[in-house]
Design a protein around this ligand. Structure first.
Ligand code: ATP
Length: 343
């Protein structure tokens, strides 16, 4: 198969297992974001793909070739790691040409490639500028161009945008995704920012405790989280206790219409805040009391206490619920969007 396969990849540091039996297939040309909390093993996994760490067991296969023990410089990779800074004393062009120069590429070919890459990253004519005169975003684009200079088989990035301020980071996410689509290059990015992952990825790989908890498209991860960890980690959600008593499904101890009884008797129901609607109290809906309203302009969050559990409902100003703090309300959960998860 063309692309990258991880087969049972495990990394132990002494008795500690940082990456635990990871299996993943990344088809050629796809964009994968590895996402997870600090310490979940995502950087260690990327370092093994890069050849900077060797797996304790398992295999890494690129385009059908087992590269588990192939040294980094023979893997044909482009890398942008937080720690791999640009050479401050070189110009933009010299930085981008550096990997070509050390491979002995002819001068004219280097210059042509630099111009090509500069136009790709929207910095045409910047070749002779010193890199220390560039903005943070421009520098990041130059680092990306330098990594792409050798036309790598695989493009690996570790938290590439984390040093940028929020606005620039969002713009760069879109830019990086467009660039990847234009080049059709297989790309793996490590991030702890779920918005970043949702913006860029074909496949989001959610990790925790060294294991992959779910690998799927961004919308599937959001809409059909595999477990409580994923549901809670991606976006915000309301995790409500769900029980079955004499065939009836109870949410927070109250009957709710339309939610089928699961196999187990005790589970959780994950309901996104935008899938909770408030109404007058009534049969078939939870009843609660409004405790707080946060109006953020673009969205309105209404906090509702249901038997000691606080739910959050989000709406747009157009569909703003006509409620006030202290009011009794009915809470409507759309059974189509709620997901039953093992407790
Ligand atoms: P972060 O987002 O904080 O970078 P991460 O998900 O990338 O976290 P890793 O850097 O892969 O996490 O680390 C996973 C675990 O392995 C951590 O508990 C870390 O302390 C441990 N670890 C990583 N490298 C080593 C090492 N060289 N020796 C011992 N333990 C290590």
């Amino acid at each position: 198969m063309s692309g990258l396969s991880l087969n049972g990849v495990t990394k132990q540091f002494g008795p500690f297992t940082a990456v635990d039996d990871v299996a993943l297939t990344v088809p050629h040309g796809t964009f994968v974001c590895m996402l997870g909390p600090s310490g979940c093993g995502k950087t260690t996994l990327l370092r093994m793909i890069a050849g900077l760490d060797t797996p304790t067991s398992g295999a890494i296969v690129l385009d059908g070739e087992d590269i588990t023990r192939v040294p980094t410089h023979k893997r044909n990779l482009g890398m942008v790691f937080q720690s791999l800074a640009l050479f401050p004393h070189l110009t933009v062009g010299e930085n981008i040409a550096y990997p070509l120069r050390i491979r002995g590429v002819a001068r004219e070919a280097q210059a042509r490639r630099v111009e090509e890459l500069l136009s790709l990253i929207h910095l045409p004519g910047y070749a002779d500028r010193p890199v220390n005169k560039l903005s943070g975003g421009q520098r990041q684009r130059v680092a990306i161009a330098r990594a792409l200079a050798i036309s790598p088989k695989l493009f690996l990035l570790d938290e590439p945008l984390s040093a940028l301020d929020a606005k620039l980071r969002e713009a760069m996410q879109v830019e990086l995704r467009k660039l990847q689509q234009q080049l059709g290059i297989t790309t793996i990015v490590v991030t702890h920012d779920q918005r970043e992952a949702m913006t860029m990825a074909d496949t989001v790989v959610v990790m925790n405790g060294g294991k992959i908890r779910q690998a799927a498209s961004p919308i599937e991860i959001y809409r059909k989280p595999a477990d409580r960890f994923v549901a809670d980690f991606i976006g915000s959600t309301n995790l409500l206790p769900l029980t079955v008593e004499s065939g009836r499904t109870l949410v927070l101890g109250q009957p709710v219409e339309g939610i089928a009884a699961p196999g187990q008797t005790a589970c959780s129901l994950s309901v996104r805040p935008e899938d909770i609607h408030l109404s007058a109290p009534g049969a078939g809906r939870l009843s609660g009391r409004v405790t707080f309203i946060r109006d953020l302009g673009g969205t309105i969050e209404t906090f509702v206490d249901v038997r000691g559990t606080e739910l959050i409902a989000v709406s747009t100003p157009r569909e703003r619920p006509v409620v006030s703090v202290g009011q009794e309300v009915g809470v409507i959960i759309d059974p189509q969007t709620a997901v039953v998860l093992a407790a």
